[in-house]
Write a protein that binds this ligand. Structure first.
Ligand code: GRF
Length: 207
């Protein structure tokens, strides 16, 4: 029997990307199973949506800081994912910066999706930044997580047009539609070992 990779997901929000990933695993598009979902927000939608798929879903206190996990919290997060025996950590709307020990615990195994075409518009509300800058195209980027903010090696990107009469909400929704197929495609490549990373360059390995 095929041994499937095990994915751990971290999220703070409504969980639409987690839903898309869970569906893709369920349909066999991603050859993996989501073994554990963790949120730093007690009543985050992502926890309920995970439970709809019978995926273990846990709130873990992030500790004292607003933008990162404190030291104890970081160890708790690592412990839970280790207990769940996950091979990959997938960030789906996790609103805290992960550094140091967490990245060391899962070296080159943490993936994120960002709602812009990186390196343009890193950081918060990237769709709003794009709209205010006046670009005609933006999009989404799946990338490995490194010590910086939205700086890791890029796995896949997809462009999304910006309309003249866009509102931040409409543009974000259009980007999210793209995210919901880009993220499963990228995570599928990762769990099948089909990504080759050299420095900051990532390409699809030949099969
Ligand atoms: C997505 O737009 C993603 O790009 C960003 O956070 C959002 C998460 O949305 N990192 P959801 O919780 O998956 O619906």
């Amino acid at each position: 029997m095929e041994i499937k990779a095990r994915i751990g997901i971290l999220g703070s929000g409504k969980g639409s990307n987690m839903f898309a990933l869970a569906e893709a695993c369920h349909q066999g598009v991603i050859r993996a199973e989501i073994a554990q979902v963790v949120s730093d927000v007690e009543n985050a939608g992502i926890l309920d949506r995970a439970k709809d798929f019978d995926i273990p879903a846990t709130y873990l206190s992030p500790g004292a800081f607003r933008t990162k996990l404190d030291e104890d919290a970081e160890l708790n997060y690592i412990r839970l994912f280790r207990e769940a025996k996950v091979d990959w950590i997938v960030l789906a709307g996790f609103m805290r910066i992960l550094k140091g020990d967490f990245l060391k615990a899962f070296p080159n195994r943490v993936i994120n999706i960002h709602p812009s075409l990186l390196p343009s518009f890193p950081g918060l509300e990237a769709w709003k930044q794009a709209l205010e800058y006046g670009v005609k195209y933006t999009g989404c980027t799946v990338h490995f997580v490194d010590q910086g903010i939205d700086t890791g090696a890029i796995i896949l990107q997809e462009t999304v047009p910006v309309m003249d009469d866009d509102t931040p909400q409409r543009l974000h929704a259009r980007i999210q539609d793209a995210e919901h197929h880009l993220y499963p495609a990228a995570v599928g490549l990762a769990v099948e070992g089909r990504l080759e990373v050299r420095g900051r360059l990532c390409s699809k390995a030949a099969i």
